[in-house]
Ligand binder design. Structure first.
Ligand code: 1GP
Length: 236
């Protein structure tokens, strides 16, 4: 429980965390070293690896390369059970609390058990909540679920709290990768006040100022995918 204990420890000290999300679909081994050195120079505390459509072909190789070149914990953020690699350090074991598709609530989790049992991955139960963000996102398309309306803040907070009571160890508020609009600050604030477990926020965050605002609103860990993918100098 090393990764989770570190997150809890940071939360208790109000030290904010930052994950860079790498989509294995968009990585090739040839050009990875430059990327990893940029990550090592950045304020990132974690590397998340995952994507909604990836089929897992070179995942082990990619993660092995990351492990050779960085000390940061590598956490899987899988779109489906084929995105599990024993080479990583941990996995966000996601439950799509905002949706009503049983596959993403429990079926994929059941199917992944035989794979997970062959690994030493630290498994972190995560309540994953998709928030309306403008246009349809890949998460919506792939999971075939609707995001929660951003106007119903109390229901969103109630959903997050249910995740905590069910036993989720982390809540992840997601606008979707490349989202038009990030999760509104008011939602981050209300959810963080309602739950006592760590809060991850991601999707559509494009500036350092936005990262800072998400932290101030109550995010414990912010995820940056697209902004770093489009510009590896983002954190300079
Ligand atoms: C997506 O929350 C992550 O699952 C990151 O989103 O690519 O928009 O940074 P971005």
């Amino acid at each position: 429980r090393k990764i989770y204990n570190q997150i809890l420890d940071s939360k208790s000290k109000n030290q904010k965390l930052l994950a860079i999300l790498l989509d294995p679909d968009k990585l090739d081994l040839g050009s990875m070293d430059a990327l990893i050195s940029k990550i090592n120079q950045s304020p990132a505390t974690h590397i998340f690896v995952g994507g909604s459509s990836f089929e897992g072909l070179h995942l082990d190789d990619i993660i092995q390369r990351l492990k050779e070149k960085t000390e940061l914990p590598i956490v899987l953020f899988p779109g489906n059970p084929s995105q599990i690699s024993a080479e990583a350090d941990g996995i966000l074991f996601l439950m799509l609390l905002s949706g009503r598709n049983p596959d993403y609530l429990v079926e994929h989790q059941i199917n992944s058990v035989p794979i997970l049992e062959k690994t030493n991955l630290e498994i972190i139960s995560t309540g994953y909540i998709l928030i309306e963000s403008g246009a349809e996102t890949a998460v919506e398309r792939v999971s075939q679920t609707k995001p929660l309306s951003k106007t119903n803040i109390d229901y969103i907070a109630q959903t997050a709290k249910a995740g905590e009571l069910i036993g989720n160890k982390i809540i992840y508020l997601e606008a979707g990768s490349g989202a038009q609009n990030a999760v509104p600050l008011e939602i981050i604030k209300k959810v963080s006040e309602r739950i006592s477990i760590p809060l991850i926020v991601g999707g559509g965050i494009r500036s350092k100022k936005q990262i800072e605002k998400a932290y101030n609103a109550g995010a414990d860990l912010v995820v940056i995918g697209t902004a770093f993918e489009n510009d590896i100098n983002f954190f300079d």
